[in-house]
Design a protein around this ligand. Structure first.
Ligand SMILES: Cc1ncc(COP(=O)(O)O)c(C=O)c1O
Length: 420
């Protein structure tokens, strides 16, 4: 089979044959060669309904014609000049108009870069050292983020990374998402040295977990009380539930916001933004250094602008309802077969946890039955349904998914879960 031959070659080129860890799963990860709308096609010409969407960005589905046209226009006119371009200005205005807390921003090439710079900015602005992050929160693959992290670090049961010096891990305090008492105690102990709290407002890297008991307004209040900054990492949630950031849905205004994924329409992108008084500390107007050869590059900008212009006209109820229907049907199956499983959903993101308990934090999530998840994943794959290959990732819905996809998906789930 073509897939097996290619993977053998890949194994000699890349660690475990992949260029990002969660792309690996046994025995051989499927190799995709193309995509259109809600479907992706593998190298053996098998078609799958895609609920991974490239781990989140492809909210309009694959190979959207309007976006391709805008990309081609840009390609024909050159793709990198290393100077300010009109595209950046146009895109910056779209973001600023849509997200109330962002007065100024910097574009980066990934979410990892965005959170790395956001943390440095918070430290530079407050002249404090500590960052408080949440257990299981994932903010990319830089040193300050890889401490009790989610995503691939959980899939491979290593919630921290070798190679992160102890000196660095000592500058990051780890708190518990949805546990106000825990956060309050950490602030009592370290509050005057905490530069910022960083959190995904809705957890999406240990499966989906919603905030509970006003946890996010509480974070706003306690960071204000201790003059620390609040960073919302909206790399997953930005523009996913409406043409806005999640912060503007719940009305909790962070000091710094990071974004990525959707805003680039599938091209490499990230951004961090804040009010002007904070952003002015970035070089060259300030002393916090940040740079990137490809930052704000014309092709990512053109793709991003085209994506945002289409998203602006979309009714997000469509994808949110699609996910709600999946959730309901899955719950019916789980009840019918008395499975030890729960579905967590936030708008158009969802995940099935094989767990005795409803998952509301990292501690519960990590006890999920990953073998059962893998069995479900393998069997769904076999039936042409592609969900992200880990219990600790999130399924996403795109505007390209339709009723036919829904029916096929639920038929597949029904026969797969019946056997579990
Ligand atoms: C919440 C969050 N922050 C940051 C990142 C890192 O983004 P990137 O993979 O673009 O570096 C991710 C990636 O999954 C993420 O989910």
């Amino acid at each position: 089979m073509k897939s097996e031959e290619l993977f053998k070659e890949a194994l000699n080129l890349f660690p475990m044959g992949v260029n990002s860890p969660v792309r690996y799963y046994s025995p051989i990860p499927v190799m995709f060669k193309s995509g259109k709308g809600s479907k992706i096609i593998d190298v053996n010409d098998k078609e799958y309904i895609d609920y991974s969407l490239g781990f989140g960005p492809m909210i309009l589905g694959h190979a959207n014609e309007e976006i391709i046209k805008k990309m081609n226009d840009q390609i024909e006119n050159g793709i990198l000049f290393g100077s300010i371009t009109e595209n950046e200005v146009q895109f910056g205005k779209i973001i600023k108009n849509a997200v109330k807390s962002i007065e100024m921003m910097r574009f980066t090439n990934s979410g990892t870069e965005a959170t790395m710079h956001a943390m440095r900015l918070a430290r530079g602005y407050t002249k404090r050292n500590l960052i408080l992050k949440m257990e299981g929160g994932y903010h990319g693959a830089h040193d300050y983020s890889l401490i009790k992290s989610g995503s691939g670090t959980m899939t491979f049961e290593k919630p921290s990374s070798d190679g992160v010096p102890e000196e660095i891990s000592k500058t990051v305090v780890v708190g518990k998402y949805n546990d106000k008492e825990n956060i309050e105690n950490i602030f009592k102990k370290y509050g005057n040295n905490i530069a910022a709290v960083i959190t995904e407002p809705i957890f999406g890297n240990i499966g989906v977990i919603n905030p509970e008991n006003d946890f996010l307004p509480f974070l706003r209040e306690i960071t204000d009380r201790y003059s620390s900054l609040l960073i919302f990492d909206e790399v997953i949630t930005g523009f996913r539930f409406g043409f806005k950031a999640y912060q503007d849905i719940i009305n909790v205004k962070p000091d710094i916001t990071t974004m990525g994924k959707i805003i680039g329409g599938g091209m490499p992108i990230g951004l961090f933004g804040a009010r002007e008084e904070i952003m002015k500390n970035i070089s060259p107007s300030g002393d916090v250094y940040e740079a990137g050869t490809f930052s704000g590059n014309p092709l990512s900008m053109a793709t991003g602008i085209a994506t945002m212009n289409i998203l602006k006209g979309k009714n997000y109820d469509y994808i949110n309802n699609y996910a709600r229907r999946i959730e309901k049907s899955l719950n019916d199956i789980i009840n019918d077969y008395k499975l030890k499983a729960f579905v967590n959903r936030a708008y158009s993101m969802l995940q099935v946890f094989f767990n005795d308990k409803k998952v509301n934090n990292y501690g519960v999530a990590k006890n999920s039955d990953t073998n059962k998840f893998k069995t479900m994943f393998d069997r769904l794959l076999n039936k042409g349904i592609y969900v992200p290959p880990s219990q600790f990732e999130t399924q996403f819905i795109s505007f390209a998914h339709d009723d036919n996809d829904f029916q096929k998906t639920m038929d597949a789930y029904y026969s797969v879960l019946k056997c579990l």
